[in-house]
Design a protein. Structure first.
Length: 361
């Protein structure tokens, strides 16, 4: 597990400049930090390096020679740096987007926690964290409409439409590649690299089937079962999936504590007494998490005559990366209107076919 984080920049005159570190008492020798920058400078590329300097185990993500920033974490001896590459790239992107007026400073503790926790995220949490990023949502929306765009087109479009700045495009796209959502390829007669949507992120609420199958068996008193069934039925009779509703859930579950609580409620009905125990064993801010889950109609509360509160999952949530079969109709349109070359269409069909086959166990 990381023991600390440093955000720094290289200046040709002043040398290494530490912009932030967490915790504040983290001590890494200046010579070691200089060695990190020199190693990045030698490769000359955006990306992560790992190195041992004496007994110090380091993973560092470099934003490239144009910006010259590094996000560095100090790891325990013997710890594998590679598992932190995705989270380091993500944090570097967030920091670059918050340089104005030193906005990044207040983000450092939570970003450190994200890096620390990320290796333990499951595939569901990884997609949740990816989708909560606004720039990435814009890119997904564009790719859903077009399927394939050139990298240069995407950069130009983002500059024109996302006025707050999107940072480094390679950092932005890194997580898409890691999650097998896109692939980037050169194609004959095309000067710019092409970005192909390979898997789309599909999400929606769904009934809490595991609890609904036997509410009493999962901990809900029998006298509340009818109300629970009726509440679930009524919710889904009026439910229409929407981006707005999905984002409510995404922005709730991106918090690891909220997700942990949500996952426990997928398995059983919990009481206020259970929450007191959880508060002591890993979810210290549980009252706020409960309130947020209630506000967003993810859970519901019952109370018996003795004052015991029972919390049951009202809606479960599905999020998964799936092959976008709807893109086939987009490719037909391109072929009919001859707006994409046969080389692009052929390459895209091959990539989609390969992704579909690989989606089966």
């Amino acid at each position: 597990m990381p023991v600390g984080l440093i955000f720094m920049r290289w200046n040709e005159i002043a040398g290494n400049i530490i912009l932030a570190k967490f915790p504040e008492d983290l001590d890494v020798p200046a010579r070691t930090l200089m060695q990190v920058f020199h190693t990045h400078e030698y490769t000359g590329e955006t990306g992560m390096i790992s190195l041992m300097v004496g007994t110090t185990n380091i993973a560092s993500y470099y934003t490239g020679p144009e910006s010259n920033y590094c996000v560095l974490i100090v790891l325990g001896l013997g710890e594998d740096p590679d598992v932190y590459e995705s989270s380091l790239a993500d944090v570097a992107q967030i920091l670059l987007q918050n340089l104005d007026e030193d906005e990044y400073l207040k983000l450092i503790p939570s970003l450190y926690q994200h890096i620390r926790d990320y290796p333990f995220y499951n595939s569901e949490q990884q997609l949740i964290y990816l989708y909560q990023n606004e720039v990435r949502r814009w890119i997904i929306t564009r790719l859903r409409d077009e399927g394939v765009v050139t990298k240069s087109q995407l950069i130009t479009w983002l500059r024109q439409t996302y006025t707050r700045g999107f940072g480094d495009i390679d950092l932005t796209l890194f997580e898409f590649i890691q999650r097998d959502l896109i692939q980037m390829h050169s194609v004959k007669d095309e000067r710019s690299i092409l970005i192909f949507l390979i898997n789309d992120i599909v999400m929606f609420r769904k009934p809490a089937f595991k609890i609904l199958k036997s509410p009493h068996g999962k901990g809900l008193p029998k006298n509340f079962e009818a109300t629970y069934f009726n509440s679930s039925n009524l919710f889904f009779q009026n439910y229409n999936p929407s981006e707005e509703d999905n984002l409510k859930i995404i922005n709730t579950l991106k918090n690891p504590q909220a997700y942990e609580l949500f996952n426990l409620l997928r398995e059983a009905v919990l009481t206020n007494n259970d929450f007191e125990r959880l508060k002591k064993t890993g979810i210290p801010d549980i009252e706020n998490e409960i309130e947020t889950l209630l506000e967003n109609q993810i859970i519901m509360k019952f109370q018996d005559i003795e004052g015991t509160e029972f919390y049951a999952l009202l809606t479960d949530f599905f999020i998964e990366a799936l092959t976008p079969e709807y893109i086939i109709s987009v490719l037909h349109k391109y072929n009919k209107n001859r707006t994409k070359s046969k080389f692009i269409l052929s390459k895209y069909l091959d990539l989609l076919s390969e992704a579909y086959i690989n989606s089966f166990p």
